[in-house]
Structure formats: C-alpha cells, structure tokens
Design a protein around this ligand. Structure first.
Ligand code: 6PG
Length: 226
C-alpha cells in the first residue's frame, strides 16, 4: 500500500493526528512495543503520547538509535525520551531498553548488546516512530553508509560528521522494516525539500535512506509545515 501522507498547517492537529495513528492499532490488553527515535521533531508528539490511554504497564519501549554520549546529556536520545515521554507517564517504571552509551560500555560492544537483545525478540515493533534528517537519514542510517546494507545484524555502530555527535548506534533496516507500522514525523519549512525528495526525487535509497521506507505496507507520514 502506498504511504499515507498527512500534511498540517496547525501543530495541534499534527500532534493529535500523529498520536491517533500511533495508538490506533495498539492492542488494548496485550503486550505492545514502540521504537522511538530521537532528534527534536518528536518531542511534542511524545509528550501527547504519554497522555494517551494506552496500557503502559504492557508496553516495551525501544530506541531506533542513539548518539554515543552520556545518557544524561541533552544530546542523548535517551535524555529526550526520558524528559519528553517517560517522565510524563503515569508509571515511569515501564519496560524500556536503551542503548548503553558512554561511558557505560565501549561503542562497538554497545551495538553488540542491543543486537543480541533484538535477536532475542521474535515479535516486531507495533510502531516505529521515526524522523528524517535533511539528508534523508532515518535513525542513524546515513547516506551511503556501509550499515545501509546490513542484513544480518539488528543493531550496529554508524558514523556521521554532519550532525551532533559523530559516533552513533542504530537499528538496521531489517528490524525497522519489520515493524507493523512506521510513523514518520516531519516538521518545519526546512523539511519541505526533504519530503519532496522522499516522495518525488530521483536519488537512490543509498543516497536517501528514508526511501527504503516507501516499500513498507503501513507507512504514515505526518508533516507539519510549521
Ligand atoms: C537522531 C534521530 C534522527 C532524527 C533525524 C531528524 O538521533 O538525531 O534519531 O534519526 O530522527 O536526525 O532529526 P530532527 O527531528 O531533529 O530533525
């Protein structure tokens, strides 16, 4: 099925519709799992998601990627998820699986630990919530990176010199694309050309990794023009 694209001029509507889609198909009384990305876009959506009436005691929260910095630093995706989501939940003690980052574990070993965790799970994520960089990266899968073609490992290291924190930890495409649903969140005028390239551009998926998502049967794009 073609991706469902939803564009909004109002942030409130964008947030409400994104949360509605994220929660819509979550089973009401069985375990479910969400994979959360970082960056800045998801903050208000995570805050609104925390107020939804999902059975959080049945939830398992994973990360799509992490920057290799101390989890207490604001550049860390774990910090974003704690600050704008977990801390707002009725029961912040829900099951979460963060990448272990500096200095708790050396970079490569952290990827191995998360890879083992992901391989121990047979159930795909109910929803993977992603953003997209201005270069078309999703999670920490950057253009032309060797990790784009990783098909064995579920989690690997990756590197960028274009964005904050060069050393990264990321899920690979096979795990992300196995999700039952993918919600891609975009906001701001600066993302308009990126969305145009995603939907109508001529770059290959190696040059624009988000294009790998277009083949997913249950992809929903929520764009607030800002
Ligand atoms: C990260 C994210 C990354 C993010 C994009 C978009 O670690 O930065 O996981 O994949 O979704 O970079 O970031 P913004 O939402 O800040 O534009």
């Amino acid at each position: 099925m073609a991706p469902q694209i939803h564009e909004f001029s109002e942030s409130g509507e964008w947030i409400r519709a994104s949360v509605e889609e994220i929660t819509r198909d979550i089973p009401k009384n069985t375990a479910f799992s969400l994979a959360l990305s970082g960056g800045s876009t998801p903050e208000p959506v995570y805050e609104a998601l925390a107020e939804s009436s999902l059975p959080w005691n049945l939830a398992e929260i994973f990360q799509t990627d992490e920057r290799y910095v101390h989890p207490e630093k604001p550049e860390s995706n774990a910090w974003l998820i704690r600050e704008h989501f977990l801390s707002l939940l009725p029961d912040p003690e829900i099951k979460t699986h963060f990448f272990l980052s500096s200095p708790d574990l050396i970079w490569e070993d952290s990827a191995k630990v998360y890879d083992t965790l992901m391989k121990s799970r047979s159930v795909p994520f109910d929803v993977a919530i992603l953003g997209m960089g201005p270069d078309g990266h999703i999670a920490s899968l950057f253009p032309n990176g060797p990790e784009l073609r990783e098909n064995e490992k579920c989690a690997v290291t990756s590197e960028t010199n274009q964005f904050p924190v060069w050393k990264r930890l990321t899920l690979t495409f096979p795990v992300i694309l196995k999700s039952k649903k993918i919600v891609l969140l975009l906001k701001g005028k600066e993302k308009e050309p990126a969305l145009e390239e995603l939907l109508h551009g001529t770059k290959s998926w190696e040059e624009w990794p988000a294009k790998r998502l277009l083949g997913h049967a249950n992809l929903h794009v929520f764009y607030w023009r800002g």
